[in-house]
Design a binder for this molecule. Structure first.
Ligand code: G3P
Length: 224
């Protein structure tokens, strides 16, 4: 079943979205967190309260040395609980840390992936998810759909799932979900755009107008 996660640290917005959209979790990265208002402590607490026992929570390491990444991952896992995933960029140090975290049973999302071979390396080291950056691929002329297909084929014998990230529009999301990604993490405004259509709104408007013209204030149950 396709999973949709929210790529944002705006918990107020996430709480609005979860009322009408079935989400699997939330993802952040250092750039997203650098834009928050208020303190980091309050934001992490809010993120924990929103996700604890209910949603996946993917938080990226701020370290770049192997031992420090693993240490940070352990602390964050202890803080956020079982549904926590440490996001680790696929560098040499990152790959080494992915291997170690995986041995420690800390769930890993290998991130900042731009090629199928990077995804394969992360999967081999035990990553639970690989996060290919769709829009960033397209920004430099790579065929993102082709890349997702390749990753999907290469990972066929691995339990690793594809959590596609970096989207600028709904079409990109639709396309990559068709190419074998099990999950996508999307900004709140793209989730909103994905369920909106002007003709749906017009249809609802016309239904209401036609009903009112014929029946006024009367509701359908008044006819029972
Ligand atoms: O969460 C990481 C990814 O979504 C980055 O997205 O839009 O900054 O390319 P973007």
């Amino acid at each position: 079943m396709t999973k949709i996660l929210i790529d944002s640290a705006d918990i107020k917005k996430a709480r609005e979205i979860e009322k009408y959209y079935t989400i699997a979790g939330i993802t952040t990265n250092p750039t997203i967190l650098s834009k928050i208002e208020g303190s980091l402590e309050d934001k992490l607490k809010e993120l924990k309260e929103f996700t604890y026992g209910k949603y996946e929570v993917h938080v990226q390491t701020t370290e770049s040395e192997v031992e420090k990444i693993v240490e940070e991952a352990k602390k964050l896992r202890d803080y956020f609980g079982e549904s926590f995933y440490i996001k680790i960029p696929v560098t040499k140090a990152g790959l080494e840390a992915i291997k170690l975290c995986s041995k420690e049973n800390i769930r890993v999302t290998a991130t900042a992936i731009l090629t199928a071979m990077q995804a394969l390396a992360a999967a081999k080291n035990g990553a639970n998810y690989v996060a290919p950056y769709v829009n960033r691929m397209e920004n430099v002329g790579q065929d993102a759909k082709e890349a997702i297909l390749e990753i999907s084929n290469l990972l066929i014998d691995y339990p690793t799932e594809i959590l596609a990230a970096s989207f600028k529009n709904v079409k990109q999301v639709q396309d990559i979900l068709r190419c074998g990604a099990e999950a996508a993490t999307i900004a709140p405004e793209i989730i909103e755009a994905s369920i909106w259509h002007p003709y749906t709104d017009k249809s609802v408007f016309d239904f209401e107008k036609d009903w009112e013209n014929r029946f006024g204030d009367k509701k359908i149950v008044d006819g029972i």
